[in-house]
Design a protein around this ligand. Structure first.
Ligand code: CO
Length: 171
């Protein structure tokens, strides 16, 4: 009996020692490389405003307010994180000019299927827009932030702007 206990404790000691070594050798280098990777990315964020906004199958954007500086270059990524088809749960990101009539654009956009739900007759009130996306799709657009002000953004898929809207605050 004594021998068995001794044997077990020896095995236990060995396996513990092994685990510790493994942890030390894998954790340390990963932690070090992560820090190195993050440094240059943070530096480039100052020049260009990187914005990511998501639309989902619950007909919602994940952000209702975005902030940039006047004249700043903006790279906006719209991600449809849902699974539904574009013709059922389509999402785009449309930035309106100051003073634009969101309700009128929403109604006109709803029947503008041929132009991806961007109403041609309101193009003077629309600054920039992404493609209409279905589940799993992504679109990236770049533009220069307009003059300071509070701009509306919306999704022009039929019926969506009631929930899918927000403000781009340009400072
Ligand atoms: Co939508």
């Amino acid at each position: 009996m004594k021998k068995l206990v001794l044997l077990l404790s020896v095995i236990f000691a060995f396996s513990c020692g092994d685990n510790k070594k493994k942890e030390e050798s894998t954790v340390a280098p990963i932690g070090a490389s992560k820090v190195e990777e993050k440094a240059p990315a943070a530096a480039s964020d100052d020049a260009i405003a990187e914005i990511t906004i998501e639309g989902n199958d619950q007909m919602k954007f994940n952000k209702s307010e975005l902030r940039v500086k006047a004249g700043q270059k903006v790279r906006l990524t719209l991600k449809h994180v849902g699974k539904m088809e574009k013709n059922v749960m389509g999402h785009n990101w449309v930035l309106l000019a100051l003073g634009a009539d969101m309700a009128a654009i929403g109604q006109a956009g709803a029947v503008a299927e041929e132009t991806d739900y961007i109403p041609e007759e309101f193009k003077d009130q629309i600054l920039v827009y992404t493609k209409m996306l279905g589940g799993g799709e992504t679109d990236v657009i770049e533009f220069e932030a307009p003059e300071a002000g509070s701009y509306d953004f919306m999704c022009t898929f039929p019926g969506h702007y009631a929930l899918m809207k927000g403000k781009l605050i340009v400072e």
